[in-house]
Design a protein around this ligand. Sequence first.
Ligand code: CP
Length: 312
Amino acid sequence: MKHFRSIAEAGPDAVRRLLDLADHMAEVNRRPNPKVPALRGKTVCNVFFEDSTRTRLSFETAAKRLSADTMNFSVSSSSLNKGESLRDTIETIAAMGVDAFVIRHRSTGTPWQIAQWTNASIVNAGDGWHAHPTQALLDCATIRTAFGRSDGFDGLRVAIVGDVKHSRVARSDIEAFSMLGADVTLVAPKTLLPPFTDRMPVAVTTDLDAVLSEVDVLYLLRMQTERMTEALVPDLREYTARFGLTPARVPRLADHALVMHPGPMNRGVEIAVDPAEIPGSVITQQVTNGIAVRMAVLFDLLGSGSLPEATS
Ligand code: CP
């Protein structure tokens, strides 16, 4: 692979290969010295035009664990503020010698645009409402590990609940989960569903309680109020009552069911229970797995092909 910009573009063979590689990287991460020389001499540049905690820090950690050099571009202190264009900015950084750009941008398609301006590999760390493919990979890795399902997700029932309309995580998860064989149901008020769900490999319902006890994975989405230009739910308390994971709903989940959330969480809105009190919560494991998955992506794009051994 030259770039990793969406699950659909990568395709099923690459997704399975990356998940297998992430298992190996997770083993590296459990070592006392979790560092390998696989990307020594390579440079990875994080370019985040939107806020991030998990994705930015885990890409930086992943690059460092593979012994790559890292550059962090800060929009707020850059020459973009003096009127420099995005293209000139990317070409300027590329001229310093960059092997991969990790890009987050509020506009859909920016990773594809930037790929036309540089020979470096491009990793999509979230573009607008469109795609967040490394989040989808880490979600798949988390489910795979929790259920021991390295063969795929055939028959697994996943409910993705909440603000699907504004969610790049949901779009990438739908692609990845269904690619691996899961049955995906979207649960949301009609105002928070994207158009053309009939063309997606999903079922749709507005009734969380009707599916709650049947799901293997309950995937809660963040209510993205910063992306809403109109009032799409009448009131957040009513939203929580109909679509939130409340204390009354937790015991109705199957004993084996996983509860997932990409973060950051709106506590008291989509999740009205302390995650530590949800038996099936794997929200912390999702964050941990983000490092292994991002190591796998960077190694697949920039590595020599042989799996990394311990660093000296
Ligand atoms: N899940 C996710 O993308 O989190 P950040 O915005 O903190 O990177």
